[in-house]
Design a protein around this ligand. Structure first.
Ligand SMILES: [Zn+2]
Length: 272
């Protein structure tokens, strides 16, 4: 018969090993909730929070910084959104570059690099997405998180069978209820994602934004790859932007925003 005290010691050692493994895994899991620091350029005037425009998201993972740059001369106001879909790296990385390098001489530029902040705290391992990536910079290696396409289920769950868009009544599959780019214009009394979209719509109104650019990536099989999708009110400006891009050797398509496809920035903020 074995000595019972050796059983106890083995059991305690086993539990300690499990506890150590849990601590290591938890640390990595919780690190996904930390925002990497950004270092704004010298034309930054102030930094606000999205909850300054709609208090209904204060102290939630929907709240996120709004970087406001201002030139010396008066002019229009532009809002650039990154991270509506944090699995689309080019979208949010462009806004990080803007925040750190932009020089505004006229008008105002507002940048929200993590528009769906909650979706940055989750990943898409089933899609073979890396949790983070690194870029070599003059100041050393910098690591950036990848997020998921949808709001973190910890913030909004369960999904309904059918997602009914407000106010159009458009029906989409249930998971789309956590897709920020199907939630616009949002609503103050809505679910987590609708409230986050409502905060951005409130910002557009409060800051009298003239132009909104929402940056995305697209899968190769979609027609909106290398394309600007523009509301009919913005079509002239989008065409000029495309000509400007073409003059620099960048061939982009120009797609009209579908009038009956609701919840997207280019439709709902254009209609607002
Ligand atoms: Zn997208």
């Amino acid at each position: 018969m074995r000595n019972p005290s050796s059983h106890n010691i083995r059991g305690i050692v086993f539990l300690l090993v499990i506890a150590a493994l849990c601590a290591i895994a938890s640390r990595e899991f919780l690190s996904a909730r930390k925002d990497e620091p950004l270092y704004p350029s010298s034309t930054l005037k102030t930094t606000k929070r999205l909850s300054d425009y709609f208090a209904g998201i204060r102290n939630t993972r929907a709240d996120t910084p709004v970087y406001i740059f201002e030139g010396r001369e008066p002019g229009g106001t532009m809002l650039v959104l990154g991270g509506t879909h944090p699995n689309e790296v080019a979208g949010f990385l462009t806004t990080y570059l803007l925040v750190e390098n932009v020089s505004v001489s006229r008008g105002r530029l507002l940048v929200i690099p993590r528009a769906n902040h909650s979706a940055f705290t989750t990943t898409e391992p089933g899609e073979a997405q890396p949790a983070q990536f690194e870029i070599k910079t003059a100041g050393g290696m910098r690591a950036f998180r990848c997020g998921g396409r949808f709001t973190n289920p910890l913030d909004q769950w369960p999904d309904p069978e059918v997602y009914l868009h407000f106010p159009s009544g458009q029906q989409l599959s249930g998971a789309e209820t956590r897709n920020m780019n199907r939630a616009y214009p949002g609503r103050a009394s809505g679910d987590f994602t609708e409230r986050a979209a409502n905060a951005i719509t409130a910002l557009v109104r409060a800051e009298k934004v003239d132009l909104v650019i929402d940056l995305h990536e697209s899968s190769p099989e979609y027609p909106v790859i290398n394309a600007i999708v523009a509301h009919e009110r913005a079509m002239d400006m989008a065409a000029l932007a495309n000509l400007s891009l073409q003059s620099e050797g960048l061939n982009f398509a120009l797609e009209p925003s579908p009038q009956n496809f609701h919840g997207l920035t280019h439709r709902e903020l254009g209609d607002a």
